[in-house]
Design a protein around this ligand. Structure first.
Ligand SMILES: Nc1ncnc2c1ncn2[C@@H]1O[C@H](COP(=O)(O)OP(=O)(O)OP(=O)(O)O)[C@@H](O)[C@H]1O
Length: 309
């Protein structure tokens, strides 16, 4: 698929000397949902801000649909809708005026039909005449999305779209993002909820300390790095993993009441039958067992921990 965003050798050093981005290369494909994951302070917002032309890069360049974000700022920015973390808008304006104004900022001709459709899709139509200040936090979040969609962008950036929203609104937003993708919009989101990336993303990028440490198709990532776990509830608790079971990757949990065996999700031979045989030989009985797969969250935590070493 064709790249709609090209990030080449991007670096950002803030005046304080802090290196927020360190040689980032990335291509985002047209029509995909790309999730950018990373711990606090990793550089996610800085990267989005450079791509959106809000922060100037120190090195490298960004092309948005072929337009350089610095030299051809207007043309590049017109393609992009940005949903920031915080609402910076006139609290005393009405919803419909705020959203209509956002469209005008990009030099687009008025289109009340489009604004109506955006407001309806975000369940804001009934509130269109309300002042922003009168809305709940979740509704303000919807207004941010409506503003970003007002000028019919081809690329939508969502910075922490569901931070602090309730479960219902989160599900609604996921549905909305899914519908936008169906219309061909490219979506880039940052999130701390790995579940969100697991639910929606086609590809995942992990950023840590300003470096993009991994970009991978989500399912491939989960296949490649996923681990499976077998948890055995022991009949009698153990103080330590017995030496006789040293050849398996075992740990104790639940104050010695559970034995956890971690193994490669893609391995042909799991090692479970031999482990169970050995346990029987050693007289270690279990009363229950449970198998699980690692989530994207486990994989992410593991990656960032390894990067820190
Ligand atoms: N204007 C600025 N001046 C100086 N340093 C900054 C500025 N903006 C961000 N930083 C620093 O750059 C680093 C990256 O910040 P950034 O906001 O991009 O991270 P993030 O991944 O979005 O974090 P979070 O998940 O907490 O939102 C941090 O160390 C931050 O303190």
């Amino acid at each position: 698929m064709e790249a709609v965003i090209r990030v080449e050798g991007l670096g950002k050093t803030y005046k304080s000397g802090l290196v927020a981005l360190d040689h980032v290369d990335l291509e985002v494909k047209r029509g995909e949902i790309f999730a950018l994951l990373g711990p606090n302070g990793a550089g996610k917002t800085t990267l989005i801000s450079v791509v959106c032309g809000i922060v100037n890069p120190t090195r490298g360049r960004v092309l948005v649909d072929g337009h350089d974000v610095v030299r051809e700022y207007k043309a590049a920015r017109k393609k992009i809708g940005l949903v920031p973390q915080e609402l910076a808008t006139d609290a005393f304006e009405s919803v419909v005026d705020t959203v209509t104004f956002s469209r005008g900022l990009f030099g687009k001709a008025p289109n009340p039909g489009h604004i109506e459709q955006v407001l309806k899709s975000l369940s804001l139509w009934d509130k269109r005449k309300s002042k922003i200040i009168e809305l709940s936090g979740g509704m303000k979040r919807r207004v941010l999305i409506a503003k970003a969609l007002a000028h019919e962008p081809e690329i939508l950036f969502l910075d922490e779209p569901t931070a602090g929203v309730d479960v219902e609104l989160r599900r609604d937003m996921w549905k909305l993002i899914g519908r936008l993708r169906e219309t061909g919009v490219t979506i880039i989101l940052t999130t701390h909820y790995i579940e969100e990336a697991e639910e929606m993303a086609d590809r995942v990028g992990v950023i840590d300390k300003g470096r993009l440490i991994l970009v991978e198709e989500k399912h491939a990532l989960m296949r490649k790095l996923g681990k499976r776990k077998l948890t055995l509830t022991l009949a009698e608790p153990l103080a330590a993993v017995p030496a006789a079971l040293g050849e398996w990757d075992l740990s104790l949990a639940d104050e010695g009441h559970s034995l956890v065996y971690t193994f490669d999700a893609k391995a042909e031979r799991t090692g479970i039958p031999s482990l169970l045989r050995k346990m029987q030989e050693e007289g270690i009985a279990f009363s229950d067992l449970d198998a699980s797969k690692s989530s994207l969250e486990d994989i992410f935590v593991d990656l960032v921990r390894k990067d820190g070493r």
